[in-house]
Ligand binder design. Structure first.
Ligand SMILES: *Cc1c(COP(=O)(O)O)cnc(C)c1O
Length: 395
């Protein structure tokens, strides 16, 4: 990491990690679309390989456009260093392979991204790395699930799609006593709303595909942590498994990050209005929005999040058929998984993102057949609500 940037978040999102003087005075970071770099001599080439001289070698190892993205994300998450990957899952798998070895145990929040769950299964089958899913709601919940061989606690908060929150500081304090690494998937909150490293967690992962990119046009992943663990991941799982991001995709993410703060403000503001409107509608049974589940949820929210975010779920009081009808009546709001885009998106967890989860477990997780998840976009709130209202009134 270069020297710490003391500017505010909004300013860092635009300037951090980039100095035009180092790039022919180009205002915006150039796309270094090259696979490899030339060495002035064999001697200098060998010094770069030995690490005794700075300089680029090959774009799977480092690329100047990707470096700008990594330094900017490290500054925004207030971590020492970051790495960019070809997808959120490439980032998650690189991290899980770093913090575990064969026969270890992972304690995981109940309700993680479907492919992360798939990866846990794979690690179990191939390397006998066991996992436990837990609510992680209380200190008792956490400590009673920690085993002798637990090396990692893996958390998503807010939890998809019920938007329950986990107290990151509580988990981090209990894990630290036992030398367990805490990994947080911060995709839903972004560093604008929540900074897990400042709360004592060890590593942050992102699907940069979502709010970080923010425009639904790129797949990417990020890992942030301290310099020691980030260099370990760089030299092992990143270099040798090789799921690196392309310079162009890194450039799209750099471009997206510039507006992260203003986008998040608007996503949050509109989500709050839509949540309130949905709550007051007679066809809506329940609204799931971070900080609204219970008093303790609200306390966690005010402690660790700046605002509640741009995602919410709601349950209809009608039947499954009526739920489907509402979605089919929408005109402006598009049916799609993914989130964090300028466009408002809706999806049906029971038949889409959580279809692989058996129905009884789904029920326990609070995912009924009448539950819908919304990713609030950047359109005018009146138009988003207008579309929802006409669809709700049609049943
Ligand atoms: C989308 C997502 C991922 C996976 O990211 P990809 O970029 O699609 O690989 C991981 N975690 C969360 C919370 C996500 O929403």
């Amino acid at each position: 990491m270069k020297k710490e940037d003391t500017h505010r978040f909004e300013t860092k999102a635009i300037h951090s990690g980039y100095d035009p003087k180092e790039h022919l005075d180009s205002l915006t970071p150039p796309i270094y679309q090259t696979s490899t770099f030339t060495f002035p001599s064999i001697e200098q080439g060998s010094k770069r390989f030995a690490g005794s001289e700075d300089g680029y070698i090959y774009s799977r190892l480092t690329n100047p456009t990707v470096t700008v993205l990594e330094e900017r994300m490290a500054q925004l998450e207030e971590g020492e260093a970051a790495l960019a990957f070809a997808s959120g899952m490439a980032a998650v798998s690189a991290v899980l392979m770093n913090v575990t070895k064969a026969n270890d145990h992972i304690l995981c929040s109940q309700g993680v991204y479907g492919c992360t769950f798939g990866l846990l299964q794979l690690l179990k089958e191939k390397y006998n790395i066991d996992y436990t899913l837990s609510q992680l709601a209380t200190a008792e919940d956490i400590t009673s699930n920690i085993r002798e061989n637990t090396t990692c606690i893996y958390i998503e908060t807010p939890i998809n799609p019920t938007m329950k929150l986990i107290d990151l500081q509580l988990v981090a304090n209990l894990a630290k006593e036992k030398g367990i690494k805490v990994v947080v998937d911060n995709t839903f909150s972004t560093p604008y709303l929540q900074k897990p490293l400042k709360l004592g967690c060890d590593l942050v992962v992102h699907s940069a595909t979502k709010y970080i990119g923010g425009h639904g046009d790129v797949i990417g992943g990020i890992v942030v942590g301290d310099l020691k663990v980030i260099s370990e991941i760089k030299k092992t799982t990143q270099k040798d498994i090789g799921g690196v991001i392309s310079p162009f995709d890194a450039w799209l993410l750099i471009r997206g990050i510039k507006t992260l703060a203003v986008r998040m403000e608007r996503h949050c503001e509109t989500a709050e209005v839509v949540a309130r409107q949905l709550k007051n509608h007679s066809k809506v049974k329940k609204v799931y929005y971070p900080g609204h589940q219970s008093q303790s949820d609200h306390d966690v929210m005010t402690k660790q999040m700046k605002k509640a975010g741009g995602l919410l779920s709601f349950e209809l009081s009608g039947t499954y058929e009526e739920t489907i009808k509402v979605v089919d009546k929408l005109k402006l709001i598009k049916i799609a998984v993914s989130l964090g885009d300028a466009e408002t998106l809706i999806q049906h967890p029971a038949s889409m993102t959580h279809a692989v989860v058996p129905e009884d477990i789904r029920k326990r997780m609070g995912i009924s057949n009448q539950l819908l998840r919304l990713s609030i976009g950047l359109e005018a709130w009146e138009d988003i609500w207008g579309d929802l209202e006409q669809a709700l009134n049609a049943i």
